[in-house]
Design a binder for this molecule. Structure first.
Ligand SMILES: CC(C)(COP(=O)(O)OP(=O)(O)OC[C@H]1O[C@@H](n2cnc3c(N)ncnc32)[C@H](O)[C@@H]1OP(=O)(O)O)[C@@H](O)C(=O)NCCC(=O)NCCS
Length: 191
């Protein structure tokens, strides 16, 4: 009789490196304080700061669906053995021509966790997770011409630069271009 197949390793949940683990996990109630900080502390989020946001919104959203929506959501970037929430990743669904679905992802780490190799791993994990659990063929991410950390982080997470989106956002007093990156289902995962 054939041996039963071992259970598949969950994709995109955890990456172990040098005695530590970068893990993506669902949002819990204590994480809402971090979301409120990002909404109300000028500049904490980095160059994406776009003014104060409703600090009550995280609790309302958490009560609705735990930030695990079918069309958009967030997961916490959790670091072990420190047992610390380093920040969060997000996903938002879109489609080209109404027929070609894709995800757009984002990330924000707290300043003390940046530059330690967590950002690229978290974004690579999120891609593996979304490709494992949804049929999307394409994941995209936008960043700014001046955000070198995110550009390098996306490249290390398996993304390629596609081009410049002119006047993609209004931020810090003017319309600004965005740089669009993508990773396709067939592109290799760096993890
Ligand atoms: C952008 C961000 C997610 C990157 O994650 P990170 O953990 O800081 O970056 P990593 O440690 O994974 O670094 C990935 C690569 O970028 C490089 N890098 C990191 N920070 C850098 C910086 N400030 N300047 C230049 N390169 C940088 C690293 O050296 C590494 O490349 P290497 O392995 O060739 O040395 C994180 O800094 C962050 O949350 N910033 C604030 C929010 C933000 O900007 N989000 C993106 C909005 S578009």
């Amino acid at each position: 009789m054939d041996e039963p197949e071992p259970p598949a390793r969950p994709a995109g949940i955890a990456h172990e490196v040098g005695g530590g683990t970068v893990r993506l996990r669902p949002v819990t109630e204590p994480d809402l304080a971090m979301f409120r900080r990002f909404a109300t502390e000028p500049g904490l989020i980095g160059p994406d700061w776009a003014g104060f946001r409703d600090p009550g919104a995280p609790a309302r959203r958490y009560a609705e669906d735990g930030y695990l929506g079918e069309r958009d959501g967030r997961l916490i970037v959790w670091i072990e053995p420190e047992e610390a929430a380093a920040g969060y990743v997000s996903y938002l669904g879109g489609s080209y021509g109404g027929r070609a679905p894709y995800w757009e992802i984002g990330i924000a780490l707290l300043p003390e966790w940046r530059g330690r190799g967590i950002g690229w791993r978290a974004q690579a994990l999120l891609c593996d997770y979304l490709f494992a659990h949804t049929p999307a063929r394409r994941i995209q991410a936008g960043t700014h011409p001046e955000n070198v950390a995110e550009q390098r982080s996306l490249e290390k997470a398996g993304f390629q630069l596609e081009g410049i989106i002119r006047a993609a956002e209004f931020r810090a007093g003017t319309w600004r271009d965005g740089w669009l990156y993508s990773r396709l289902r067939d592109d290799p995962s760096p993890l």
